[in-house]
Ligand binder design. Structure first.
Ligand SMILES: Nc1ncnc2c1ncn2[C@@H]1O[C@H](COP(=O)(O)OP(=O)(O)OP(=O)(O)O)[C@@H](O)[C@H]1O
Ligand SMILES: [Mg+2]
Length: 231
């Protein structure tokens, strides 16, 4: 597997607090990498640094062989990086159709993204804020899929959703990875993410405590505060 995204000695934080304490992480191309870890581990912080929304204080972000550590977020987006943020990032006051159109820009028909989530096609005129939690997450993913990104960062898309809805979202994520998109999926729990992942990282207190294939995780002794949450 060739490496699409590589983090080396990454340090980042907020004010006087350092959250990521020198993280090394390799995301293989055209595969699904799961990044797991308890609340406050630094998962969202890590995605923010990869997307360019938070500066790295030390270390490097290398994407497709290029050091992008100092490239601003819009430059990364134009190069094919897409983030589905933890709180979905949709415009709740606008309709489903308007949300899709804003992201699609000129030309791309919103219909393309609706094939994966047909329920949204029935809700095009509805205000996004009035969609169910699962439908809002589908919209957030559709918006990003419209751009056919090369690298997709997904932050806890399963949060607060029924298992059936989560399964549908994860199935779509799996299809994207099989279609050649590189996916870095953040989640708190092992179950669904492990079913799909090619590679798993566990982050705890800003440090990588496990890196390997999903099958290797079961027998591995992890700190108690990690297993109690992930289990
Ligand atoms: N904007 C911010 N300002 C100050 N501290 C922050 C900020 N965002 C996050 N933190 C702190 O950084 C640490 C890591 O937070 P982060 O959101 O990256 O964790 P996480 O692994 O995504 O957790 P969760 O699973 O709850 O989403 C936490 O201690 C958090 O309080
Ligand atoms: Mg988070």
């Amino acid at each position: 597997m060739s490496i699409e995204l590589s983090l080396r000695g990454l340090r980042a934080g907020y004010g006087a607090v350092e959250v990521l304490h020198g993280v090394d992480l390799d995301v293989p191309a055209g595969a699904l990498t799961a990044l797991l870890g308890p609340n406050g581990a630094g998962k969202t912080t890590l995605l923010s640094v990869v997307a360019g929304l938070l500066p790295a204080r030390a270390g490097q972000v290398v994407w497709a062989g290029r050091d992008i550590t100092r490239v601003p977020p819009d430059g990364r987006a134009r190069a094919g990086l897409a983030l589905v943020p933890e709180r979905r990032g949709i415009f709740t006051a606008l309709s489903v159709r308007e949300n899709l159109e804003i992201f699609a820009g000129h030309g791309a028909p919103p219909d393309a993204a609706l094939a994966a989530f047909p329920v949204l096609a029935e809700r095009l005129g509805q205000r996004a804020g009035s969609l169910s939690g699962g439908e809002q997450q589908m919209l957030a993913m559709s918006r990003v899929m419209l751009r056919d990104p090369r690298l997709m960062l997904l932050d806890e898309i399963s949060l607060g959703l029924a298992p059936r809805v989560t399964r549908r979202l994860f199935d779509v994520v799996g299809e994207l990875a099989r279609g050649g998109t590189t996916v870095l999926l953040v989640d708190q729990y092992l179950s669904d993410a492990l079913r799909l992942a090619d590679v798993v990282y566990v982050l705890a207190r800003g440090e990588v405590v496990f890196a390997g294939e999903p099958g290797e995780l079961a027998g591995r002794a992890l700190p108690g505060y990690v297993t109690s949450v992930l289990g």
